[in-house]
Design a protein around this ligand. Structure first.
Ligand SMILES: [Mg+2]
Length: 275
């Protein structure tokens, strides 16, 4: 079997701000196609270009030699390692695993030594957050008041979840929120206004769901560790399941973890076992 074509797709999700989802299809001369999703908020054409540029290196090769291709692509592009380069390699890798599994007629997890578990607990991600800009798209009520935040949290148990994750939100007309890297304070300070609102929001949502639903708060890259620590301490009464913060410095994270009583979750920005 040989790889014949690398195809990429940018799919408009309807989200505001515009946020296309990116997919890759690797086609072969035996009619087997591997699919993957890849991407990064805010980088569309650049990532598609990287997948196409790197993908040309494996056209004509056996797609089932997945590990070899990943090592070769890493070596080829290591002058610009990690970041968007690694995201593109991951997009190719996932599609190659899909082909390798389909060629054998097994699920991908069989090739990874699975099953590791029979069930998986999940949480509702971006609970309430998606109502800030995209409430019309989802056909739900906008967040005008704190009662609307309570209403959003009230849906969690009704939909069968035992946990949810949210972001810091100000209800209003329009409502606003701190997510990803583009909406927080540029100096990464957790101002009085931010901490007051975070505490009011989590108190409201905790009150709405009761003591038995786990609550996670994701502040992404928006605060320095000292600021995240102040936030963590103010939120202690509401027993967060975790406070999520992205920071590339392991010493800063270790310091934060040692100083906060709230569990700290991190790492989604790190790429490959090397990081
Ligand atoms: Mg996160």
């Amino acid at each position: 079997m040989k790889i014949t074509q690398i195809e990429t797709f940018a799919v408009d999700t309807g989200f505001k701000p515009t946020r296309p989802w990116l997919f890759c299809a690797i086609r072969t001369d035996e009619g087997v196609t591997g699919y993957s999703e890849f991407g990064c908020d805010g980088i569309t054409r650049g990532l598609i270009g990287l997948v196409q540029d790197l993908g040309q290196r494996i056209v004509g090769r056996d797609p089932t030699a997945v590990e070899k291709h990943c090592v070769d692509l890493y070596r080829y592009a290591r002058q610009a390692a990690y970041g968007a380069t690694q995201m593109a390699i991951a997009g190719l890798e996932l599609a190659l695993w899909d082909i390798a599994a389909k060629a054998l007629g097994v699920p991908v997890w069989r090739l990874q030594g699975g099953p590791h578990r029979e069930t998986q607990r999940v949480y509702w991600s971006h609970c309430a957050t998606y109502r800030v800009e995209n409430w019309k798209l989802f056909g739900v009520k906008p967040l005008r008041t704190m009662a609307d935040l309570a209403d959003a949290a009230g849906q969690v148990a009704a939909r069968g979840y035992t946990a949810f994750k949210t972001n810091i939100i100000w209800p209003g007309e329009p409502s606003r929120r701190i997510t990803q890297g583009r909406t927080g304070p540029h100096d990464q300070l957790a101002t009085r206004d931010i901490i007051k609102q975070a505490v009011a929001q989590i108190a409201t949502m905790r009150e709405a769901v009761g003591p038995d639903i786990d609550i996670c708060l994701d502040v992404n890259v928006n605060f320095k560790p000292t600021e995240a620590l102040r936030l963590a301490r103010e939120l202690e009464p509401y027993r967060l399941y975790w406070l999520e913060i992205d920071n590339q410095d392991p010493r800063a994270l270790a310091q934060l973890r040692a100083a906060a009583r709230t569990p700290i979750c991190s790492g989604e920005q790190l790429l490959t076992v090397r990081q």
